[in-house]
Design a protein around this ligand. Structure first.
Ligand SMILES: *[C@@H]1O[C@H](CO)[C@@H](O)[C@H](O)[C@H]1NC(C)=O
Ligand SMILES: *[C@@H]1O[C@H](CO)[C@@H](O)[C@H](O)[C@H]1NC(C)=O
Ligand SMILES: *[C@@H]1O[C@H](CO)[C@@H](O)[C@H](O)[C@H]1NC(C)=O
Ligand SMILES: *[C@@H]1O[C@H](CO)[C@@H](O)[C@H](O)[C@H]1NC(C)=O
Ligand SMILES: *[C@@H]1O[C@H](CO)[C@@H](O)[C@H](O)[C@H]1NC(C)=O
Ligand SMILES: *[C@@H]1O[C@H](CO)[C@@H](O)[C@H](O)[C@H]1NC(C)=O
Ligand SMILES: *[C@@H]1O[C@H](CO)[C@@H](O)[C@H](O)[C@H]1NC(C)=O
Ligand SMILES: *[C@@H]1O[C@H](CO)[C@@H](O)[C@H](O)[C@H]1NC(C)=O
Ligand SMILES: *[C@@H]1O[C@H](CO)[C@@H](O)[C@H](O)[C@H]1NC(C)=O
Length: 444
């Protein structure tokens, strides 16, 4: 702290000096010091020479008032951090709001970069800000490796105007594209920790063609009625861990599509929203293979679906080695569902002979209440029936007074342990089936 001595000063300068110390002493652990980080006052000349290892958006002309365009400051800080040969941190300080227009942020970088978002990043609220730009992107990271994004701050997509003009909200609107708030494309070794994402224009955070991702302590919030505001979208990515996170939005809490594998989701809360989905897969006769997915310790509350696999007819590829376990449902519509007749187009989908094969899917220790009569629904393909479905210890009661049921179509599998509603596999090779009564369930 010897730098403090060189300043004779007012309170504000002392605080700036603290910032200075933090910035110079890179090894100082800055956790808990966020409130001391100060932006230089506008007009204050930056005379101090800072180590390049912590870059403060304010030093690049960022105003942080939520009104001025801070895109240039952000890009400039990124370019410097990304080309610096030592681990560098970019700080979005607590108490400030940076307005960032649609931006491409590219790598690879010379060394590891940390984007420390302790304050807020907001999008322009007017969709017209995207005129002439790609309507699918807001913060678009591509080719970035070893990026850590953290800091306890907030990223706000300001999606209200986008939602109002969505064709899902008002059918007289034309169907237009809308941005995913944060996209990571072709990225490796990412860490996203302790952030809040709110009101994205469309999806909140998407990982496409990425490998080795760790997402933790993420909070994603948007109104239940906001259209297509998926929480976490994983596409053609491998080696993904999502844990200790909460998603409450208007669409899937997590969706896994493309050719994705080795995905682990643990300690996750979802709802309102559309649940945890693998798919949709196979749209427009496309091929997808999704395998090795483990979903463990999940709480779903008032969601439109629980754990779901959805495929379009006409697709190809397969969904295999998926396990959903330790799931607690509260008034969930379609708690357990495989739908191989998924159709989300304005035109009806005609029956086709090809399908994405669904094989070796386990549902273990799934409990709670169903808002629909079919607590378990397996609507499998006529041409490629589901095989190797496995149910163990399922206790799903109806949240209304009706009796919970299972629905099976071309579904082959087996079950073990307490089972309510009773399963309905075409050829259930029952290992040890113990069908519970409604009365037993009520008492659980
Ligand atoms: C905001 O700043 C960026 C970078 O300087 C610039 O490309 C963009 O056109 C600006 N947008 C508006 C609306 O001023
Ligand atoms: C849908 O949009 C049309 C045309 O903009 C408008 O007249 C109508 O009131 C809207 N309907 C609803 C339910 O908002
Ligand atoms: C998945 O991989 C297959 C084979 O490499 C490829 O043909 C297909 O287009 C991929 N699907 C997607 C959705 O990326
Ligand atoms: C998918 O394949 C079917 C059968 O070959 C064909 O009728 C249909 O037009 C194809 N759909 C698309 C979107 O290519
Ligand atoms: C099915 O998935 C497995 C991985 O579980 C993969 O090795 C295999 O190639 C896939 N088969 C087809 C027909 O896509
Ligand atoms: C349960 O879910 C249904 C369907 O979403 C909803 O209508 C109902 O109000 C919910 N009940 C409770 C107690 O939340
Ligand atoms: C498509 O297949 C399903 C399941 O076999 C059947 O219930 C439905 O009637 C078929 N639809 C048409 C249009 O043939
Ligand atoms: C599904 O499981 C069975 C039995 O364990 C195994 O023989 C088969 O290879 C598995 N299929 C896939 C695609 O993993
Ligand atoms: C149904 O299950 C029995 C006993 O597990 C088995 O012997 C038989 O081959 C199965 N039939 C079909 C069509 O899978």
């Amino acid at each position: 702290m010897r730098n403090l001595g060189s300043c004779s000063c007012s309170m504000r300068i002392v605080l700036l000096s603290c910032t200075y110390v933090l910035i110079c002493c890179i090894t100082v652990h800055v956790e808990g010091f966020d409130s001391l980080l100060q932006l230089p006052q506008s007009g204050l000349p930056i005379t101090r020479i800072r180590s390049k290892r912590v870059l403060h958006l304010g030093d690049f002309g960022g105003k942080g008032d939520g009104i001025h365009n801070d895109t240039g400051a952000f890009k400039h800080a990124w370019d410097i951090a990304c080309s610096f040969p030592l681990r560098t941190q970019i700080v979005i300080p607590f108490g400030y709001t940076f307005l960032i227009y649609p931006t491409d942020i590219s790598g690879p970088c010379k060394s590891k970069v940390t984007l420390r978002v302790s304050g807020t990043i907001v999008a322009p609220k007017d969709p017209d800000a995207w005129n002439g730009l790609n309507p699918r992107k807001w913060l678009y990271f591509h080719g970035v490796n070893h990026l850590t994004m953290e800091g306890g701050g907030k990223i706000n997509g300001m999606g209200q105007k986008w939602w109002a003009r969505s064709c899902k909200i008002n059918a007289t609107n034309p169907c237009r594209r809308a941005p995913t708030a944060i996209t990571f494309h072709r990225c490796k070794n990412l860490k996203v920790d302790n952030l809040m994402l709110v009101n994205s224009q469309k999806m909140h955070i998407a990982f496409t063609n990425c490998v080795r991702l760790k997402v933790s302590r993420l909070k994603v919030i948007a109104p239940a009625a906001s259209p297509n505001t998926d929480g976490i979208h994983i596409s053609s990515s491998r080696g993904v861990e999502v844990k200790d996170s909460i998603v409450r939005t208007g669409d899937d809490c997590i969706s896994i599509v493309g050719n994705s594998s080795q995905i682990k989701i643990r300690n996750f809360a979802c709802g309102p929203g559309h649940g945890i989905s693998i798919g949709s897969l196979g749209k427009s006769n496309s091929t997808s293979c999704v395998h090795d997915v483990m979903v463990d310790q999940v709480f779903l509350s008032n969601t439109d679906n629980g754990v779901r696999i959805k495929t379009w007819q006409g697709g190809s590829g397969n969904v295999t080695k998926i396990q959903f376990q330790n799931v607690l449902m509260e008034n969930v519509s379609n708690p357990v569902i495989i739908d191989q007749y998924y159709c989300d187009s304005p035109l009806p989908c005609v029956n086709q002979t090809t399908a994405v094969k669904v094989e070796n899917i386990s549902f273990v220790h799934i409990k709670g209440t169903s808002a629909t009569e079919d607590a378990i629904r397996f609507a499998c393909s006529d041409s490629l029936p589901c095989e190797g479905l496995y149910l163990e210890d399922i206790q799903l009661a109806s949240s209304s007074s009706t009796v919970a049921k299972s629905f099976c179509w071309e579904a082959h599998g087996s079950s073990l342990g307490p089972m309510y509603p009773p399963p309905c596999f075409c050829n259930d090779s029952i290992i040890k089936l113990n069908v519970l009564s409604d009365a037993t369930l009520q008492s659980l």
